[in-house]
Ligand binder design. Structure first.
Ligand code: AMP
Ligand code: GLY
Length: 421
């Protein structure tokens, strides 16, 4: 079987690593890939959002299954294009990808189907949005509706900050056309968790839970990032809560999308806040999370390729998932300056000293001759399974201690919340 993975981050390295475990996979390609992926797959110089070139490539190589990492090609309709051309692809259609591509769509959809989420209002012009701000309690959350690479959410402590946020998004267009529409919503408090489900349009299977660490510094301080680490499972999602999330969030999404003639296939990712009133949706993604995937896939015992094929073919209900009971922790090593401007091209040492237990997923690296150098903000996801969460944390950090590059920094508290429970 020939498989093409689309994307270039730590998530895609983890996808390639897992796919490679299926002995039927004879050829694996990744577009565009990175320095670590190159040791598992043939990297192809096509950008992840060049969906026409990707389809051409899939035809040329006779690809049997394409797996899409990032959201942009999904929102652009890569799945529809591949299907029209008779190519098998794992993921949601353009219509189903609106759950991530349009927060206005997602919020209105949740309202239509009674899915718990923060109270909100949507706006198409700045004047109406500003007028709405008076008579609301703060903090208030202002969100650009479209895709903004995880940066489109501004938490505002007072009316002045909220006006400023609206001006930046709608006036200055800091997120470009993603800011043509706005969502303003109630601020929720609680602990966050990521719940991923594999869907086939009619049915779904929940993956084990995980938790991201979005802020740059320990104890959730400092600016937001693409994710500085993750672990799975997360004890905040008890079995009882899993059932509530399946019944009140995931199932209504799958049934609602089918009813609205946009059946959801692929990975449905619900970012939920576990509030005192129960779990509420913060956002939907229509793809694997990064870095959650790096902490989830090492625990999955079920064949991953079979699982994705079952989604494509509408046969999810005939499968069940098996998990390694051991928890998994992924700690992201970032480049100096990240999440602001960062430097690249720094040589990475120590990658050859990994003990058998640790897995190093590359996020922003490339091969330069015989060395691996940094090429992105998030550089590596150093990942380990352990006999208990404490052991997994210890293993991941002792692996990190062997790796070095100039300017490297990482959080020291990944998984600590699980430990505190
Ligand atoms: P999103 O891209 O919608 O997940 O937002 C990014 C992050 O902003 C989330 O992971 C939360 O930490 C935070 N956030 C988003 N919406 C809310 C909300 N309504 N209340 C509190 N925090 C939020
Ligand atoms: N970990 C957050 C995301 O993938 O969007």
């Amino acid at each position: 079987m020939k498989i093409l993975v689309v994307g270039s981050g730590g998530r895609e390295h983890a996808l390639c690593w897992k796919i490679k475990q299926n002995p039927k996979v004879t050829e694996l390609y990744c577009a565009p890939g990175n320095g670590g992926i190159a040791s598992l797959a043939e990297c192809v110089d096509i950008k992840a959002d060049d969906i026409i070139a990707l389809a051409d490539f899939a035809h040329e190589k006779g690809i049997d299954l394409t797996v899409v990492g990032p959201e942009v090609p999904l929102v652009k309709g890569i799945v529809d294009l591949f299907k029209e051309e008779g190519l098998k692809i794992f993921g949601p259609s353009e219509a189903a990808a609106r759950l991530e591509g349009s927060k206005v769509f997602a919020k209105n959809f949740m309202k239509r189907w009674g899915i718990p989420t923060a109270k909100y209002a949507t706006f198409m012009d700045a004047k109406a949005a500003v007028a709405y701000l008076a008579n609301h309690s703060y903090p208030l959350v202002v969100k650009a509706s479209g895709l903004a690479a995880g940066k489109g959410v501004i938490i505002c402590q007072n009316q002045f900050e909220a006006e400023e946020a609206i001006q930046k998004i709608m006036g200055e267009k800091i997120f470009k056309e993603a800011g043509n529409n706005l969502v303003i919503e109630e601020f929720l408090t609680g602990e966050e968790a990521s719940i991923l489900a594999v869907c086939d349009g009619q049915s779904f299977l929940l993956l084990d839970s995980s938790q991201d660490h979005k802020r740059i510094f320990d104890d959730d301080k400092g600016p937001n990032t693409g994710g500085m680490g993750a672990y799975s499972p997360t004890p905040v999602v008890t079995d009882a809560l899993r059932k509530v999330i399946a019944d009140t969030i995931i199932r209504p999404v799958v049934e609602g999308m089918a009813d609205e003639e946009a059946p959801f296939k692929g990975i449905l990712y619900a970012g939920v806040m576990i509030t005192r009133d129960g779990p509420k949706v913060l956002e939907f993604n229509v793809r694997f999370g990064d870095p959650e995937t790096q902490a989830i896939l090492p625990r999955l015992k079920t064949d991953f390729v079979e699982l994705m094929l079952a989604s494509v073919e509408g046969k999810i209900s005939s499968l069940s998932l098996e998990w390694d009971e051991r928890p998994c922790v992924c700690v992201v090593m970032a480049a100096g300056g990240y999440p602001g401007d960062y430097v690249t091209g720094k040589a990475i040492s120590g990658l050859d000293q990994m003990s058998t237990g640790a897995i190093v997923f590359h996020a922003g690296t490339k091969k330069q001759g015989d060395t691996i150098v940094t090429s992105g903000g998030r550089v590596l996801g150093v990942t380990a399974l352990g006999n208990g969460i404490e052991d997994a944390i210890t293993q991941a950090y002792s692996a990190i201690a062997k790796i070095a590059f100039e300017g490297a920094h990482y959080r020291k508290d990944i998984g600590k919340r699980a430990l505190n429970r």
